[in-house]
Design a protein around this ligand. Structure first.
Ligand SMILES: Nc1ncnc2c1ncn2[C@@H]1O[C@H](COP(=O)(O)OP(=O)(O)OP(=O)(O)O)[C@@H](O)[C@H]1O
Length: 266
């Protein structure tokens, strides 16, 4: 799989008939193979931005370019060969086996009614192996655990052989072991990745750069080690945030508390 540059130039979005934008003009550029984390409080606009990146919604202003090409100048199939997404809600996948779901990732590579071939099987075997899914290949998706389903959906996205991978809260509902596995996978894929994360400590560990959003406004973009200061995090999340270094590993680590209330107490 070959990574490509992702360029986001002045994109904004508002619901139809609404004058109010939920995402205000946002710009950044990610070099091929870099990992961008999108962080911010609930309702900040993270999923909205991600929907623009995987061409589910058209931006009200601005452009998204992959490898220099505007994704809306491509066909839906052409875009799906370059960008794949792993989303939080996957209800439509019930009733199929794990392998059948991974096979769906090959659809953008077929023209017309062409059947899938040996090349597809090789890709499917490879990505299922990478995610340790062979033992689950014939299981009905609906019978899998949350962590197993997440691995199947990542495999389906990788079967698309994209250049850019979008992950919306990929560690939600996962136990510690599965969270670490997803994180380690993200770090080893070599794709250009945009991942929304609620866990800032995870963002520091995984991401080359982070974009901080608040109320649909970008608050900053840059390497997490320098961008995520106590002040920016406290202000964005309306908490008292304190960044320390873990004694054993020396890794940066945030802890949080509610701001002390001023004024009369009960
Ligand atoms: N289609 C829509 N119509 C109206 N409002 C919308 C629509 N899509 C998103 N919004 C609003 O835009 C804001 C941003 O939503 P979004 O889901 O992007 O936030 P988020 O940062 O992903 O939040 P969370 O962390 O809670 O998942 C919210 O107030 C949401 O209600």
């Amino acid at each position: 799989m070959k990574a490509a540059e992702l360029e986001v130039a002045g994109v904004s979005w508002a619901p139809t008939k609404s004058a109010e934008s939920v995402l205000h003009p946002t710009s950044f550029r990610i070099a091929p193979g870099r990992v961008l984390g999108v962080v911010g409080p609930n309702g900040a606009g993270k999923s909205t931005l991600l929907r623009l990146l995987y061409r589910f919604q058209r931006p009200k202003t601005g452009h998204v370019r992959v490898g220099g090409q505007d994704i809306w100048a491509l066909s839906a199939r052409g875009a799906a060969r370059r960008i794949a997404a792993v989303l939080q809600e996957q209800a439509s996948a019930f009733g199929l086996t794990a392998r059948e779901i991974v096979r769906l990732g090959r659809t953008p590579h077929h023209s017309g009614f062409a059947a899938s071939g040996a090349g597809d099987d090789a890709v499917i075997d490879r990505v299922m192996g990478a995610l340790s899914l062979h033992p689950l290949a014939d299981r009905d998706f609906g019978t899998l655990s949350g962590g197993e389903r997440q691995r199947v959906m990542v495999a389906r996205a990788l079967a698309q052989e994209p250049q850019v991978l979008i992950l919306d809260e990929p560690t939600n509902h996962l136990d510690v072991r599965n969270q670490l596995e997803v994180v380690s996978l993200i770090q080893t894929l070599g794709l250009t990745i945009v991942v929304s994360l609620h866990d800032l400590n995870m963002a520091i560990g995984v991401c080359d750069d982070v974009l901080v959003l608040k109320d649909g406004h970008p608050q900053g973009f840059g390497p997490p080690q320098t961008l995520l200061s106590d002040g920016l995090v406290s202000d964005t999340f309306r908490v008292d945030a304190r960044r320390d270094h873990l004694a054993r590993s020396g890794a940066a680590h945030f802890s949080f508390s509610l701001p002390k209330k001023t004024g009369p107490t009960l």
